[in-house]
Design a protein around this ligand. Structure first.
Ligand code: ATP
Ligand code: MG
Length: 152
């Protein structure tokens, strides 16, 4: 399915806004219109939802979460950044592993199965995309999803 990226993301943002507001975390999406990607709307929607869910879960109140969409050559980069707990460097390569969690006890308290990122990466790669992470402990985390653009 061909989907306009900006509209697609804004819709998810709108749906998650109440949960963010409740925790006092701001959520904004910066994007230009008319970039089309070919995605399974439901599956890819779950992926974005997952990253935002993590961003919220590992952030404190009065911090910001943002989605930025950047057009780069033949690709689109969807960047999701938070100012949350961050991930220790030594844990970074393992966050994509099934059931892997950085802080077992804290993660358990916040709920979830630990399957989120594993599945998200699988779905992105099935769409011909890639995902990368940058994180600084105590400062925040940025996930970048690279997707092929339609019609080039
Ligand atoms: P689930 O997604 O099933 O609810 P989860 O969030 O623990 O559980 P993942 O989404 O796979 O599982 O994430 C794996 C681990 O990576 C998390 O437990 C957390 O330690 C770390 N992590 C993921 N996203 C972030 C983030 N934005 N900030 C800090 N840590 C993160
Ligand atoms: Mg998660």
């Amino acid at each position: 399915e061909q989907v306009e990226c900006c509209e697609f993301l804004q819709e998810i943002v709108l749906r998650l806004k109440p949960a963010f507001e409740e925790k006092g975390v701001s959520l904004h999406c910066f994007c230009k219109k008319s970039i089309f990607i070919t995605i399974d709307r439901i599956r890819f929607g779950q992926v974005i939802h997952n990253f935002l869910d993590n961003a919220l879960k590992y952030s404190r109140s009065d911090t910001h979460v943002q989605i930025k969409v950047l057009k780069e050559n033949q690709q689109i980069r969807i960047q999701i950044s938070d100012q949350g707990d961050g991930i220790p460097k030594s844990d970074l390569p393992r966050i994509w592993d099934r059931l892997y969690r950085v802080d077992k006890s804290r993660s358990r308290a916040t709920g979830g199965s630990g399957l989120g990122l594993t599945i998200a990466k699988e779905i992105i790669e099935k769409h011909g995309g890639e995902v990368h992470v940058k994180s600084v402990l105590g400062k925040g985390t940025t996930f970048s999803i690279y997707m092929p653009i339609e019609g080039l």
